[in-house]
Design a protein around this ligand. Sequence first.
Ligand code: XIL
Length: 362
Amino acid sequence: MRNTLIIAAALLVASCGAAEEKGVKDAFEGKFYIGAALNASEIVGADTAGVEILKKHFNSIVAENCMKCEEIHPQEDVYNFTLADKFVEFGEENDMFIIGHCLVWHSQLAKWFAYDAEGNYVTPEVLKQRMKDHITTIVTRYKGRVQGWDVVNEAIVEDGSYRKSPFYEILGEEFIPWAFECAHAADPDAELYLNDYGMNVPGRRDAYVKLINDLKARGLRIDAIGMQGHMGMDYPTVEEFETSLLAYAGTGVNVMITEWDMSALPTVNMGANISDIEEFKASLNPYPDGLPEEVAAVWNERMKAFMDLFLKHADKITRVTAWGISDDDSWKNGWPVRGRTDYPLLFDRNLEPKPFLDEYTK
Ligand code: XIL
């Protein structure tokens, strides 16, 4: 009898504990997916602790790097599907909503893609054909398995003009509809997205609203706009983020928060990637041994304010995806300044959930 009581008490304690530790995804069930970007060591399962967190707390995944052009299609006749295949298998095994990132992007573009043997830009016809081959091969391989694709990534700059990428310089604005056409032909059931950062900026916002409307007017499929959600302690404001979110939703597409992270470090305004600068001031890396409580409190408050905003507009938002699982994973430790210790993600370096999540999970 005594043993039975002890076992019953233990079970009670265990079940209470379990109730307290609701997965983040369960806390937002019926609202939106909670996603994470996966790096190579999570995809192959080497990061076992990270994978456990992922299974418990996330129900959507996106490839952080393994589906980017330079990785998956390094040479014209060479595709490397090893990691991408594993990534998709992992998502299927765990019943996750799988996102492919990304089909057309100026960065991490394979060196050969836009150039001929002499190092000059290829003709518009050649680039169109290369884009078609690239998109068709990848989307067809994962047809019916990858549910949504970032078709074009980071095409518009702050003033609302097109980024002067090789795609734009060779094909002009037509490269975007062309990419969507190719992706849709390869998998008519897949969701197709535009994705960019700084989506709160008015010039970029207006340009994307126009672009979405143009694509729709041509009868092309576009399901959602991805607001990357790379934030800092001083940008963006909740209000301007909301204004953009509503403007995109006003076109009739869904909104996704696709690459959420909030740097806790001083913002470096450089207008360009300065990760190559070897020497940087200690003042830019002020918390190498841990985030001071008062800074963490502000960070958590800001994250909560954004999460509350996403909840407020849950009827328009289909997915909130963090750009990594825990702080150690984050690209922010190396960008835009190399070698900093940042604290931007939902789980800390001990894989504990950040305090702002308690509000939703407990
Ligand atoms: C980043 C990755 O996180 C890094 O590992 C990589 O070295 C560079 O790219 N916008 C995007 C993402 O769309 O693909 C970028 O990911 C971050 C900015």
